[in-house]
Design a protein around this ligand. Structure first.
Ligand code: A2P
Length: 335
């Protein structure tokens, strides 16, 4: 059975991956509606070798649509998801707008696909950094019960959209050209050749000193793993990488689990590829994860500072498993 699909934010960083992944996975698309702001109306985009014209998003955009994939930011989702639901569509929302609402499932198919069944018109796609982490944590939690997680991220600029990619590339070129006074529009400091311990780039800091991105990792991990007792602390950092988030993750478990057991466990886990051959200097890298579907994990070792601890290095394509792919996997389960 093929269905009518709308992509909201089609012209954005995640939008492009939505089209590629719908095509490569042969998602049964009957009619495709590409939606973005007025600025992009009339623009052409290709899907399955056919040109589609981008339309301006309005409250009437969802007539006849069965599945609406949203990736245009939280305020757009808050405003337009209700219209899509009213038109009879089921929305998979990539923004943070509804993630923590009790009646909205927050889904990573490898972890909690059963949650999809209780949706009331919208299913939330978690934060990119959270998705890749829980895909790896879940199999460990099932066997050894995770008590605490300490994570530091190394996040690609594409997580902040195409304008952020543009800023990194132009700033890098400007510095290499020896020019002074590059005009930044997005990041609060130079991102080229630098590392920024602040995500998102504006209005990041909360009263507890954490950023909103960090608290997303804390709260969403508990909701997806359906366990409020897991303690999580996060430091989220932007690095001058275009695609692919990396994470250093320290896990403390209730039951002892060895590094060898974790390797074996993760080697058989859905959506996970273990790359852990230190003798040959092989471990996951953002440049290798870019364009791939899996979550890659390596540097698996016991934390010698505590009784039951494991260290992991987790890398995945933030626009694919961290966004478009996860949303489309949810949509596939819906069908
Ligand atoms: P547009 O390209 O027309 O601005 P990114 O994450 O790369 O910044 O992309 C954001 C996406 O959200 C783009 O497709 C962008 O469309 C879309 N978007 C931004 N503002 C609006 C809006 N007011 N209405 C509809 N789509 C929007």
């Amino acid at each position: 059975m093929s269905v009518n699909v709308a992509v909201v934010g089609a012209t954005g960083a995640v939008g492009g991956d939505f089209l590629q992944i719908l095509e490569s996975r042969k998602f049964p698309v009957k009619e495709l509606r590409l939606l973005a702001s007025r600025r992009s109306a009339g623009k052409k985009m290709q899907f399955c070798g056919v040109d589609y014209t981008v339309q301006e998003l309005t409250r009437h955009s969802f007539e006849g649509i069965k599945i609406a994939l949203f990736s245009a930011g939280a305020s757009i989702s808050r405003e337009y998801v209700p219209y899509a639901i009213e038109s009879g569509a089921v929305c998979v929302d990539n923004s943070s707008a509804f993630r923590m609402d009790d009646d909205v499932p927050l889904v990573v198919p490898e972890v909690n696909s059963r949650e999809i069944g209780r949706h009331r018109g919208v299913i939330a796609n978690p934060n990119c950094s959270t998705i890749q982490m829980v895909v790896v944590l879940k199999p460990i939690h099932d066997v050894a019960r995770i008590k605490r997680v300490v994570v530091s991220t190394y996040q690609a600029v594409s997580g902040a959209g195409l304008k952020a990619v543009d800023e990194l590339l132009k700033e890098t070129a400007s510095i290499l050209d020896g020019k002074k006074g590059f005009m930044r529009n997005l990041f609060p400091h130079q991102i080229a050749f630098n590392v920024l311990p602040q995500i998102p780039q504006s209005n990041a800091f909360l009263s507890n000193g954490y950023t909103s991105e960090e608290m997303k990792m804390v709260n969403e991990t508990k909701k997806i793993m359906a366990d409020n007792t897991i303690r999580v602390t996060a430091t989220t950092v932007r690095v001058p990488v275009v695609r692919g988030h990396s994470e250093s993750v320290n896990v403390e478990t209730e039951k002892k689990i060895t590094a060898a057991e974790v390797k074996r466990l993760l080697s058989g886990a859905p959506g996970v590829t273990v790359i852990d051959d230190t003798a040959n200097q092989l471990y996951p890298l953002a440049i290798n994860a870019a364009g791939k579907d899996d979550v890659f994990v390596g540097r698996i070792r016991e934390d010698e500072s505590i009784a039951n601890g494991i260290n992991l290095w987790i890398v995945s394509d933030n626009l694919r498993k961290g966004a478009a792919l996860n949303a489309i996997q949810i949509a596939e389960k819906l069908l």
